[in-house]
Design a protein around this ligand. Sequence first.
Ligand SMILES: *Cc1c(COP(=O)(O)O)cnc(C)c1O
Length: 358
Amino acid sequence: MRVFNFSAGPSMMPEEVLKEVQKNFCDYKGSGMSVTEFSHRSDLYYDIHYKTLSLLRELMDLPEEYAILLMTGGASTQFDDIPLNLMNNHKKADYIVTGYFSNKAYEAAQRFGDIKLTYHAKEDNYTKIPKFTKKDFRKDIDYVHITGNNTVFGLNYKDYPEVDAPLCLDVSSNILGQKIDFTKFDLIYAGAQKNISPAGVTIVAVKKSLINNPTPYCPLMQEYRTHAAKDSIYNTPPVFPIYMASVNLEHLKKNGGVKYYDELNKAKSGMIYDLIDNSKFYTNNVEKPYRSIMNVRFNSPSAELDAKFIKEAADFGLVNLKGHKATGGMRASMYNGMPIEGAKKLAEFMKKFELENK
Ligand SMILES: *Cc1c(COP(=O)(O)O)cnc(C)c1O
């Protein structure tokens, strides 16, 4: 029996997508071979690869001035790749830290140049993110880096910063799950394992004008232009995650694309936030306009009750609700693959648990 899996990542995929992949696993389209077996330089694979690229361009609504790359190493490798490729002029960049992963990106960048911390959300106890304008950043910097949705603390931007330098966005936990005008950014990246496919492929969309001047010490395989020049088939790409992405992206498109998922994710998270706000038992301290629609964090009155909640929820078919070690409490991650029924069942369980334990 399948359960509702609230894991922060890897996360639930639509059952329809899993079944389609299963059906084709041993014999892909009558070829007598699995996707895991045939050459990445065959027409069979090219169909999958170029379909993934074109669906990403369409669903992300990206004009031709962006190259879309399918890379490996997860979002975390981009913490290095961004400075290696973009810190080529002033050797300076500004970072906004709003949570766990943005802090990792900030730390990784420090070995490559002069990195300034513009803001750290712990100043506001991770309850909101101020609006930043051009004057908040240094002049003569190579780029600014931000993380859109804070996966661990469940905190998100209301207004993105206004900057003069190229603006880089980590969109790992809300790519295609939340409406975002990507043309406001110069580089966008995401590990695929939260909203798109299994771990193994990383999506990078970068303005073509930015990729031809990597730092001299950037390894060939980390250079964006290496992959852009070969449509991301410079070497063997992660064929199976890319195949699963193609099946899932088609599924997302058929359901109505980002507009549909933005509304669905707001409905799922809204149901849980409403319950929290109307309860004296559950708490969430993030100010309303800054709440994540992907990751809903909450606490019960005590750590003992949190542990009891997590255990009893699992017996009820709601698994992986334990919060990150950095925050404690509970976290319900509800990415695109989580159906509305999962949020309804969680709300039902939360009410029941409150009545039994208050
Ligand atoms: C999950 C996550 C990461 C880490 O991704 P990996 O692919 O495991 O490196 C980075 N940034 C954000 C915002 C995330 O949610």
